[in-house]
Design a protein around this ligand. Structure first.
Ligand SMILES: [Zn+2]
Ligand SMILES: [Zn+2]
Length: 269
């Protein structure tokens, strides 16, 4: 018998503190993180302005880092001036990744209607930026598994994470082979997510992290409320149950993986 591990720290590898702030939830977000043992938060940018707002949040909170992104819902790829602004933000010492970037082929009125070719131009421009800055990328993939794989394979020097991983175990293996970790969100706690749950059970110890994507996608048992970074503990617990291992082990593994991936301080062996 080995002694049970004490409570291990967590990293919320993907949330939107600026959107939480707009909803009056920034304090609640940071308090929820402290209560759940979330020691580090990666707050993710969606465009130039949002990335710059995330920079300001990171500058004023020791446990927050930020990413510089161009979300696939942006109606056009970044123009030259926007690319320069993104490039400059990436020189900031607390900028840890390029993202979110990616492809979204789920079209619905009021959600987004950016054509695939515009999304692809944006994604490739951002992958080039990540390559130039030697930063990982945070990839958004909704209903676009095949197209995303083709795109990331065209940038073999770039590593990253598949945020809100929504594929099955086989797609997970292909992403890992391309150099990408799988990031499990609250979706993995939903009853109808068996393929994603199988991917969470099958991933190797070094290949996965956890995230909230808050304020969206609250995990069971918080569904129906705005999500908060602290709720990542429910997702880590669900992943541990799926893997048949102790929750503290999964917390330790995902935290080490997140720190290695994003270059965050702390133990990351
Ligand atoms: Zn996303
Ligand atoms: Zn997001």
């Amino acid at each position: 018998m080995t002694d049970p591990l004490p409570r291990q720290p967590l990293v919320d590898t993907h949330c939107h503190l600026v959107l939480l702030d707009e909803r009056g939830l920034l304090d609640a977000a940071l308090e929820s993180a402290a209560e759940a043992g979330v020691e580090q938060i990666v707050s993710v940018g969606l465009n130039v302005d949002d990335s710059d707002c995330n920079r300001r949040v990171a500058e004023s909170h020791d446990n927050v880092w930020f990413t510089v992104g161009w979300h696939p819902h942006q109606p056009h790829p970044p123009d030259a001036a926007e690319l320069r602004a993104l490039d400059q933000l990436l020189d900031h010492p607390r900028a840890v990744a390029v993202g979110e970037i990616g492809l979204d082929l789920f079209f619905r009125p009021g959600y987004h209607d950016t054509p695939l070719d515009e999304q692809l131009r944006a994604m490739h421009a951002m992958l080039d930026l990540a390559d130039a800055h030697h930063k990982p990328v945070v990839v958004h993939d909704r209903d676009a598994h095949g197209e995303v794989l083709v795109a990331i394979r065209q940038h073999p020097g770039v590593r990253g994470v598949m945020h809100c991983f929504s594929g099955d175990a086989e797609f997970g293996r292909e992403c890992v082979a391309a150099g990408y970790a799988l990031s499990f969100s609250g979706i993995v706690t939903f009853p109808r997510s068996q393929p994603i749950q199988q991917a969470a059970a099958a991933a190797a110890d070094g290949d996965f992290v956890v995230e909230t994507d808050s304020p969206f996608l609250a995990p069971v048992p918080h569904r129906g409320r705005p999500n908060l970074p602290g709720y990542v503990d429910a997702t880590a617990a669900a992943v541990a149950r799926l893997r048949g291992v102790d929750e503290q082990l999964v917390r330790a593994q995902t935290t080490a993986n997140a720190r290695r991936l994003f270059g965050l301080p702390g133990r990351a062996e």
